[in-house]
Design a binder for this molecule. Structure first.
Ligand code: CA
Length: 236
């Protein structure tokens, strides 16, 4: 059975272009040109295998739709490829914070979008939801997630349980922006009593402990943090 793709786009021409091309690629498509339509179509059975989601819609933002999909058990695992205009940089970041799996910047080539769609579907199919890897290596850092141990350039660095969790969370989501609020809820598990300052304090300590590898953790002023996408990426 071919995958069902929900296309959410309020620009009519673009919507029909995407519909045409995705259909030609063998996908079954469902189209929506507003947030309201998108949500209705997303909860229709069978739920889509992937959503191509426009960030700017007349009645609702793509991030809001993404958030609602993530909040419901039926739709929370559906991968989302966000489409955004260039000027929407910050919103794009927020898009990642609410869990978009990938994005393309408008104007994009249909070919590029098709490649992203295919790649995301492949990743979802082959990746088990929980990563079973216990040995992680990234440039100068090596982690044993089962034993909760960390080495930088071969020397062990002792991290607290919290610092370890912060590091693995950032590392697993490398290349993606993590807002302080996100880190609070995912690393600390709750956010009521804590302020975003807590995150800054712990990231600072973690960076110090990582020494030369601390530069992998990049600060995005006013937004949050990002682990380098690759060890060679120079954050300085
Ligand atoms: Ca739009």
């Amino acid at each position: 059975m071919s995958n069902v793709i929900l296309i959410v786009e309020d620009e009519k021409d673009l919507l029909s272009t995407l519909d045409y091309n995705l259909t030609r690629e063998g996908y079954r498509t469902r189209c929506a040109s507003s947030g309201r339509e998108a949500l209705a179509a997303a909860f229709e059975a069978p739920v889509p295998d992937l959503v191509v989601l426009d960030l700017m819609l007349p009645d609702m933002s793509g991030t809001e739709i993404c958030r609602r999909l993530r909040a419901d058990a039926r739709t929370k695992a559906i991968p989302v490829v966000m489409t955004t205009a260039k000027s929407e940089e910050i919103d794009r970041v927020v898009g990642f914070a609410v869990g978009a799996d990938d994005y393309v910047v408008k104007p994009f080539s249909v070919r590029e979008l098709l490649l992203r769609v295919r790649a995301v579907l492949r990743r979802v199919r082959t990746e088990p939801p929980e990563q079973a890897l216990t040995q992680l290596e990234f440039g100068r850092v090596r982690l044993d997630t089962a034993a909760h141990r960390c080495w930088v350039d071969g020397d062990e660095t002792v991290l607290t349980a919290l610092e370890f969790k912060l590091l693995t969370t950032l590392l697993e989501r490398r290349g993606r922006v993590q807002t302080r609020d996100m880190l609070l809820s995912d690393v600390w598990g709750f956010s009521a009593e804590l302020t975003t300052r807590t995150v800054d304090t712990h990231v600072k300590r973690l960076r110090q402990k990582l020494g030369p590898a601390g530069r992998y953790v990049e600060t995005l002023r006013g937004v949050g943090y990002r682990f380098a996408a690759s060890p060679s990426e120079d954050a300085t």
